[in-house]
Ligand binder design. Structure first.
Ligand code: SF4
Ligand code: SF4
Length: 512
């Protein structure tokens, strides 16, 4: 926020904007925003970027690698695929670390470049401004036409326009809802739901309706309120931004004191003719470049006046930059009265530089990226957990052999069947017995186990499956080293050791 105390030029400006939110009136009712259609270089570039991002968003669920989706966030079955890599609940630490790294990246990015993400890449802004708003302009006309249409009594024209708009909005919301659903359940399952009668996939069908309904509500009615009252990122700006952050900002040093443009009374001075030959209205008395035309406010989709400084409501959509540039062109002044700039850039003419804050965040971020990359690179194909079965002690198999019961969970993270061998390597004369040769995989199929009275057992792990095994380790009394004897189990696949596990063996008493 601009420190207005430092800016003498602001002394004459009404400060009442601080007392209320632009979209709520004195009685607490919603003020509907009718932004003027933006136009300009940045708006064009944002359109191109948005279409590219939309193509990626809608196209990704269709992309497959070796028959598997490229990305999948199946929270229902706790199965995640990110660019072909499979993640399971056992990888939660990786997920947590990746999230922390991502949040750090957002913090760093915001400290340096403000809400660039909101204006250029946030799905909410892209859908609202580049899809739904464009359709609204096409059907109902520009901001003022929309205001008039809403104010007029219901007639054939209003019913036709509103009906057409809502129908198209619902179809698009349905598409968005289905796309998001495909990221959760996968495109094949979604196809199944779409092509079968609703009664066969009642929960999937309900999911589709709920997703579509939520998006329809958000883009038809709730709109900018998502950014203002729901999105936590917007509310964090107060602590993330500083005077060196680059944001969409009004150059108050150049623009103030603002004032309406007046025709000069005296004979026109030389500079009243622009280089295009048009007559240009230059003021005599107004020292600031802002002619108080209000166009930057009229195009703002959140209804704020950027000349009041950086505000929580500003999503950095750049519409006001384009609007003001068009005015500056017309009055023959340099563009950029509203532009990407920092407070220090405007007041002290400081160029973008790496502040200690940015350097500190960057260092931590680099370390986090290295750590996550290392963990990802060293992530094994099989995850194994060995635990003594809770609530059990020991059993005497015969007068010389003691046995303990264990739970062994094996997760195959690859898309191939994996032959594994479970081997108890310490104590040397320990034996292994898996209870039931056919242990069930998570998908219900059988994992063939070749159980034998030896120190190892081999079986196949099904593709992307979790195998829960219950097994006994038998030890001669003579091998016990006390109340607790350390046990070491190793997991092999294709003669390669892939995991080493440790546990304890409880015995009746110390023999030696
Ligand atoms: S102030 Fe400008 S950049 Fe911010 S939301 Fe409004 S139009 Fe977009
Ligand atoms: S568009 Fe530019 S000139 Fe017009 S009110 Fe906004 S800042 Fe001032």
């Amino acid at each position: 926020m601009i420190d207005l105390k430092d800016v003498e030029a602001y002394e004459h400006i009404d400060q009442s904007f601080r007392d209320s939110v632009s979209t709520i009136d004195q009685k607490g009712k919603r003020v509907w925003i009718y932004p003027k259609k933006p136009d300009g270089v940045l708006y064009k570039w944002r359109t191109y970027v948005s279409f590219l991002l939309l193509a990626i968003l809608f196209g990704l669920p269709f992309l497959k690698v070796n028959g598997e989706p490229l990305v999948l966030f199946n929270i229902l079955e706790r199965r995640f695929i990110i660019f072909g890599l499979h993640f399971y609940p056992q990888d939660f630490h990786l997920f947590g670390l990746t999230m922390v790294t991502f949040i750090l990246f957002i913090v760093l990015f915001t400290v340096a470049f403000g809400r660039l993400f909101c204006g250029w890449a946030c799905p909410q802004t892209i859908f609202m401004e580049m899809v739904f708003r464009k359709i609204e302009y096409w059907i109902e006309g520009d901001g003022n036409d929309q205001r008039k249409l809403n104010a007029m009594p219901w007639n054939a024209e209003k019913i036709r326009k509103k009906g057409l708009k809502l129908a198209i909005f619902y179809v698009i919301s349905f598409l968005i809802g289905n796309t998001f659903l495909s990221y959760i359940i996968g495109i094949d399952q979604l196809k199944d739901i779409v092509t079968s009668p609703p009664s066969e996939h009642l929960s999937g069908f309900m999911g589709m309706l709920i997703f579509s309904g939520v998006f329809f509500f958000v883009f038809t009615y709730f709109r900018e309120q998502v950014c203002l009252v729901v999105c936590p990122y917007g509310r964090l700006q107060g602590v993330l931004l500083d005077k060196d952050s680059i944001v969409v900002a009004y150059d108050f040093v150049r623009g103030e004191p603002r004032g309406k443009l007046r025709k000069p009374k005296s004979p026109a001075p030389a500079e009243t003719t622009s280089n295009t030959g048009e007559e240009v209205l230059l003021h005599e008395t107004q020292p600031g470049d802002c002619i108080d035309c209000g166009l930057c406010v009229r195009v703002c989709p959140t209804g704020i006046d950027i000349r009041n400084g950086t505000q929580l409501e500003c999503v950095n959509c750049t519409a006001c930059i384009d609007a003001c540039n068009s005015i500056m062109e017309r009055i023959d002044k340099p563009k950029g009265l509203i532009r990407y700039a920092s407070y220090n850039g405007i007041v002290n003419k400081v160029k973008f530089h790496f502040t200690p804050r940015i350097i500190a965040y960057s260092t931590i971020l680099t370390l986090m990226v290295l750590l996550v990359s290392f963990l990802l690179y060293n992530r094994g194909d099989v995850e194994a957990t060995l635990l003594r079965t809770p609530g059990t002690l020991f059993q005497m198999v015969d007068s010389t052999t003691v046995s303990n019961l264990y739970n062994l969970q094996l997760v195959n993270k690859t898309k191939d069947e994996l032959p594994v061998t479970v081997k108890v390597v310490w104590p040397e004369n320990a034996k292994l017995r898996i209870v039931g040769k056919n242990t069930a995989n998570a998908d219900g199929s059988a994992a063939e186990a070749s159980a034998a009275a030896s120190n190892e057992v081999s079986f196949n792990l099904n593709t992307q499956g979790t195998t829960e095994n219950v097994m006994f380790i038998d030890l001669p009394k003579s091998s016990l080293s006390g109340r607790n004897t350390p046990v070491k189990v190793e997991i092999y696949s294709n003669n390669q050791k892939i995991e080493a596990l440790k546990s304890n063996f409880i015995g009746p008493f110390v023999i030696k």
